[in-house]
Design a protein around this ligand. Structure first.
Ligand code: N01
Length: 548
């Protein structure tokens, strides 16, 4: 006899839907914490997850070298002190497999797994305004109903392979970094091409080069990368960090990136002498880590002349590492200020170009024309390959949500509402789409912070909001259109006051043909953002309308 849960979960009969207080979309770090928080406030919920396991980003991105660029002592949940005291991270930066092991541990430890429905992709979510109910349908035929829907769909969860002509004619195998086979890929003896030099490419290139017969790297835009200086986690650092954990977690809320332990800079770059600057950048380069480097001076992300000094320091490092001056110059980014695209962290990235079996192909001056049966054809050459790896990124921040048919009654879809760019209030809700929350949605600090701190802050806010609604006997919440309009304006104004819009980055949506060029994350700093969210709640959910 199936127990109640099994019977509920196998519900595919529209006349007998799974009935819940909240439906969560996604079983990654956001979805799991949503389940935990909803359970804490006494709401029933299930999460639908497309993968065959929990973990989201860390379930899918299994390419060689996949590792977090936030230090492992920071990149973890803060909600349970015993968990953070007991968990042992072996290295300064967590590998994909280690982080996935941690997420699975959390799912078991807090008994969250029983509320996750795996191998199930949500295809539509339709709100009925008369009954204040979301009906969610999936590709496996599930039908679920709940007053609230929580989108924990991730910011980098829609992998994108460029629409290259001839891709299906390629005789070898090809892979995308974000859809990596679980059994791994053996590149030994193969002629491999990696297309893309963002964070994923920069991490995998040294490892693939060490295995492959020959590696061609197809680079369209050179990216800034700093040494991660990874290594075993120093037991003393671990012990100190653990003794300070609660205080550090609280302090993280008061920082721009949601990470404590980096003293804020006090001086502008151009106030320092060239010698002082060089010494400062050199120390940061030796220390490893991107936030620390960008924290060298107060103005690196707002003043181009200041940024030029840091950018040129890293370009000179590249020139000093890479022996072939032509290759070094190609690798030295000149089209965007450092930090305005996601700053990469690497282990031996630039050194890899000194290997005899690695060739850098500049596909900016000679773009890829097509994939042929034999390999990659650019405007002026054809490269014969056995395997192609697409490290070409994601339809970031809005991709996963735009793929779901989200609508209210017969109204326009969310994708239609966002045709000119995402519109949200605080990155938490969308006007006209009641009772739907977005965890780390566009317009929130999200990818510009330590993601787990952002997830917890969002879900704690949502949990408090739902508890307040229940206490007040309210059934429906949505942002006022004018609150949304003013917030979107603020998000844009803040971005325009920085150097970020100078880069053609996925933050701006420009990596996806036809996607509107709009800066999507909120870069006003995590501390100010959290204060704003708290003030909105304290001020009777200012900007939202709650109703029965
Ligand atoms: O993707 P990307 P990613 N022809 O979009 C190139 C997080 N992450 O998977 O810059 C040729 O950054 C594209 O070129 P261009 C992190 O937030 C974190 O690497 O558009 N090239 C670019 O070089 C990161 O930012 C970690 O000119 C083409 C690359 O593909 C985000 O995920 C690790 C092309 C895509 O770079 C995404 O990183 C990994 C074409 N048609 C990822 N189309 C860590 O925590 C695209 N490209 C360390």
């Amino acid at each position: 006899m199936p127990d109640v849960l099994e019977r509920e979960i196998s519900t595919t009969d529209p006349a007998n839907p799974l009935t819940l207080d909240a439906i969560v979309v996604g079983g990654g770090l956001g979805g799991l914490y949503a389940l935990r928080r909803l359970r804490e406030i006494g709401l029933t919920a299930r999460a639908f997850e497309a993968g065959s396991g929990v973990g989201g980003t860390w379930f899918w991105n299994r390419y060689p070298g996949a590792r977090c660029d936030v230090e492992s002592m920071e990149y973890s949940y803060a909600f349970d002190d015993e968990l953070q005291q007991e968990w042992k991270w072996p290295e300064r930066y967590g590998t994909q497999s280690e982080i996935l092991r941690y997420i699975n541990h959390v799912a078991d430890r807090f008994d969250l797994r029983r509320d996750v429905i795996l191998n199930t992709r949500v295809t539509s979510a339709v709100f009925d305004p008369a009954s204040n109910t979301w009906t969610v349908r999936t590709d496996t035929g599930h039908v679920a109903r709940a007053p609230f829907c929580i989108m924990a769909t991730g910011n980098l969860s829609t992998p994108r392979v460029p629409d290259f002509k001839g891709i299906n004619t390629f005789k070898g195998r090809w892979y995308h970094s974000g859809l990596w086979p679980h059994e791994g890929v053996d590149f030994s003896g193969l002629r491999v091409g990696v297309i893309g030099t963002g964070s994923s490419g920069v991490q995998m290139i040294p490892l693939i080069a060490a295995q492959a017969k020959h590696l061609h790297v197809f680079q369209r835009t050179a990216n800034f990368s700093l040494p991660a200086r990874n290594g075993p986690l120093d037991p003393e650092i671990e012990a100190t960090h653990k003794s300070e954990y609660p205080a550090r977690r609280t302090a993280a809320y008061d920082t721009p990136f949601g990470i404590a332990g980096f003293p804020p800079p006090v001086k502008a770059a151009l106030e320092a002498t060239p010698e002082e600057r060089e010494a400062k950048y050199e120390a940061k380069w030796a220390e490893g880590g991107s936030i620390s480097f960008l924290y060298s001076y107060t103005d690196l992300l707002v003043n181009k002349a200041a940024n030029d000094t840091a950018s040129e320091f890293v370009r000179n490092k590249i020139r000093s590492i890479v022996r072939d001056p032509v290759v070094a110059e190609l690798l030295a980014p000149k089209d965007h200020p450092i930090g305005t695209k996601r700053l990469c962290l690497d282990t031996n990235y630039y050194e890899t170009y000194n290997r005899d079996n690695v060739t850098l192909v500049d596909v900016r001056s000679s773009p890829i024309q097509e994939i042929t049966p034999a390999g990659v054809k650019t405007e002026d050459a054809e490269y014969e390959l056995d395997t192609i790896v697409f490290a070409t990124g994601f339809d970031a921040m809005t991709g996963a949500l735009r793929e779901i048919d989200i609508r209210v009654g017969n109204g326009p879809t969310l994708a239609e509402k966002w045709a000119g760019g995402p519109l949200t209030y605080l990155g938490l809700m969308v006007s006209g789409f009641p009772n739907m929350f977005t965890i780390t949605g566009p317009g929130s600090p999200s990818v510009k912070t330590q993601m787990i701190v952002a997830i917890e802050q969002h879900m704690d806010w949502i949990g408090d909001c739902l508890a307040t609604m229940r206490a007040r006997g309210m059934h429906r919440i949505e942002p006022r259109p004018e609150a949304e309009r003013d917030w979107v304006q603020h998000v844009n104004d803040v971005a325009d006051g920085t150097l970020y819009p100078l880069a053609n980055s996925w933050y701006m949506g420009v990596n996806i043909p036809g996607k509107p060029k709009v800066f999507m994350p909120y870069v006003g700093g995590f501390a100010g953002y959290k204060n704003k969210c708290d003030a909105v709640a304290a001020n009777d959910y200012e900007g939202f309308v709650m109703s029965r």
